[in-house]
Ligand binder design. Structure first.
Ligand SMILES: [Zn+2]
Length: 124
């Protein structure tokens, strides 16, 4: 494996289902194994993984972007307190229509905002 391939697989391996780090959180994790892991390399690879569909960027207004494995899930639960994001399996999920109001439609997303159980407990 050349160095570039090794770096890519190291980044992907850090992701597990339900792990939705910000780029900086991910960098910290990677630097535990490789203290000199370059920030520029990470950002470049994250962008290319999002382009080829391996990862997905989850953007929440007012929060730092997070990344997750692209499982094809378009529904998310967002904790407004700690920023945790969870995939939400929905029965009767909406199928992306090919066209809508003359738009050629590529994807859709749905976010539910609230407070996660951990943060609810801390509030009490
Ligand atoms: Zn929370």
């Amino acid at each position: 494996m050349d160095r570039n391939t090794e770096t890519k697989s190291m980044i992907l391996k850090a992701f597990k289902k339900g792990y939705t780090p910000t780029a900086e959180e991910l960098l910290q994790k990677l630097r535990e194994a490789e203290p000199n892991f370059s920030r520029a390399t990470l950002y470049r690879n994250l962008a290319s993984f999002c382009e080829n569909g391996k990862l997905k960027k989850v953007s929440v207004v007012g929060k730092t972007d997070r990344y997750e494995l692209n499982t094809g899930c378009n529904y998310h639960l967002v904790c407004e307190v700690c920023g945790k994001i969870e995939d939400l399996e929905m029965a009767g999920a909406i199928k992306t229509p090919a066209r809508l109001m003359d738009y050629e439609v590529h994807s859709h997303e749905l976010m539910f905002y609230g407070v996660c159980p951990k943060c609810q407990k801390k509030r009490k």
